[in-house]
Design a protein around this ligand. Structure first.
Ligand SMILES: [Fe+2]
Length: 469
């Protein structure tokens, strides 16, 4: 049966169950109250966070409804709890006309094989982003008929449980490229409309995935402001300091354990050990000015985003240490960490990030580290302070993978030659990574070329340990 629950109508049913007709309140629902940009996020193994957007000044019910200057929409958020783990549910947003499904996370200790998709640096596709034509100074347009990464993810949606986007989401700051004749003439006095349009375009496009698969995110430097840090004076209040990012991903970011650290990490995601099985995922913030020493986006740093502060000094590393230390490795043998800026990569690396995070990742035996930011794919060895270890021989250090090739509006980056000694595979095509956790000892990856879904790299991390589950 259906029952209404705040902004979302949810029915508890397995996928084969018959569905009743959706119910809507005619007093509140009209053509202007239809939800859009639906986004799911894990909320432990017995809950799910829902976010959707609505037109400003229209009715919306939710736990949190928020907007910001320059935004044309409200971001509405609600968390549904008390669900069964590892269960498929149907849901329909109130005033919607479509039924969706999602599956809750498994409980910690479950030994079932599962997969997740990892993307980095993925923006809008089409006229306001990456397309078959590129503007001045850009390269690597999509080929005619080539799938975008969103299309590739959709065609292979049955192959993964959730998506992990490691930062640089939407590239709304591409609006300035329009000013330079990249896309179309820009109106710099439009009150942020161009920026907002690109942002909405991305969330519209990704909705087909984010409405059916939990879409977990971490911040990238392009979320920071309207101009990627080069001329912050032109940014309006709603275009600074990760404002749009924080509004859109409120529940992913809402820090239940660290209320003072709203940008540090997806809270439910890190506290639940999602997807609850043999893996613990944690996401640090290697991009904005937060609280680790010499963070690159402090004023005068590499990115100079002038963002933050988001927490008292030292909060992020203290949180990460506590989070990693809390994992019961008998129940949750795999620990995967993500950040945005890489430090093992065949181009400019983030040494400040390495100094801050690598000691903790080594100390707590993190198995895999995912990074983006550089717009190509580079799989490395397992690495301990620059020294490579074989990934299939029970490494003691984390395995590092950089994949920021999902779709930046002006193309791919060119890695530097020679590749760093730890590099094992470089691919300069648009694509994403599919990870599969087979059991407590084997974790494999495939690089999927978005254009045609071909698999261009495979690798398996092998640990020598006892499985308790
Ligand atoms: Fe980036």
């Amino acid at each position: 049966m259906f029952f209404p629950l705040r902004v979302i109508t949810v029915v508890v049913a397995f996928a084969t169950a018959a569905l009743a007709a959706p119910r809507a309140n005619p007093d509140r629902c009209n053509e202007n109250t239809a939800p859009f940009q639906i986004r799911l996020a894990y909320a432990g193994d017995s809950g799910m966070a829902f976010s959707k957007n609505g037109i400003l000044n229209r009715f919306a019910r939710s736990d949190i409804s928020t907007t910001y200057p320059t935004s044309s929409t409200y971001n509405n958020h609600v968390v549904i709890t008390g669900l069964q783990s590892d269960t498929t549910y149907y849901y329909m947003p109130e005033c919607g006309n479509q039924t969706y499904t999602f599956k809750t996370a498994r409980r910690a200790g479950s030994s079932t094989e599962f997969s997740f998709a990892m993307v980095g640096d993925m923006g809008t596709f089409g006229p306001y982003g990456l397309s078959t034509t590129v503007g001045k100074g850009a390269s690597n347009p999509l080929k005619p008929g080539e799938k975008t990464t969103i299309e590739s993810l959709m065609t292979l949606k049955d192959s993964y449980d959730f998506v992990w986007h490691v930062g640089d989401i939407a590239y709304a700051d591409a609006w300035l490229k329009e000013k330079g004749g990249y896309i179309s003439p820009v109106n710099q006095t439009d009150g942020g409309a161009e920026y907002d349009k690109i942002l909405n375009e991305f969330y519209d496009q990704v909705e087909e995935i984010s409405s059916i698969r939990p879409y977990m995110v971490g911040p990238g430097n392009h979320e920071a402001n309207c101009d990627n840090g080069s001329d912050l004076d032109i940014c309006l209040p709603g275009q600074l300091n990760f404002t749009g990012y924080r509004a859109h991903w409120k529940f992913v970011l809402n820090a239940y354990l660290c209320p003072a650290c709203p940008l540090l990490s997806p809270a439910e995601w890190r506290t639940s050990g999602i997807p609850g099985t043999t893996v613990r995922c944690t996401s640090s913030n290697s991009t904005p000015k937060t609280d680790f020493p010499n963070a690159p986006d402090e004023p005068g740093g590499e990115g100079d985003e002038d963002a933050g502060p988001f927490a008292p000094s030292g909060s992020q590393l203290a949180w990460l240490k506590k989070d990693l230390a809390s994992v019961d490795r008998k129940k949750t043998p795999w620990v995967i960490a993500s950040g945005h800026r890489p430090w093992y990569v065949s181009t400019t690396e983030c040494l400040e990030c390495q100094a801050a995070f690598e000691p903790l990742l080594l100390q707590y035996g993190v198995d895999l580290v995912l990074h983006g930011h550089k717009h190509f794919y580079e799989s490395h060895a397992a690495i301990d302070n620059g020294t490579a270890q074989e990934i299939d021989a029970d490494p003691t250090a984390p395995w590092y993978i950089v994949n920021g090739a999902a779709g930046h509006y002006d193309g791919l980056d060119t890695p530097s030659l020679p590749y760093v000694p730890t590099s094992r595979k470089v691919i300069t095509l648009y694509g994403w990574s599919l990870f599969t956790v087979h059991n407590c000892t084997h974790l494999s990856t495939q690089f999927i070329a978005s254009g045609n879904n071909s698999i261009l790299d495979t690798a398996t991390l092998i640990k020598d340990r006892n499985c308790y589950c």
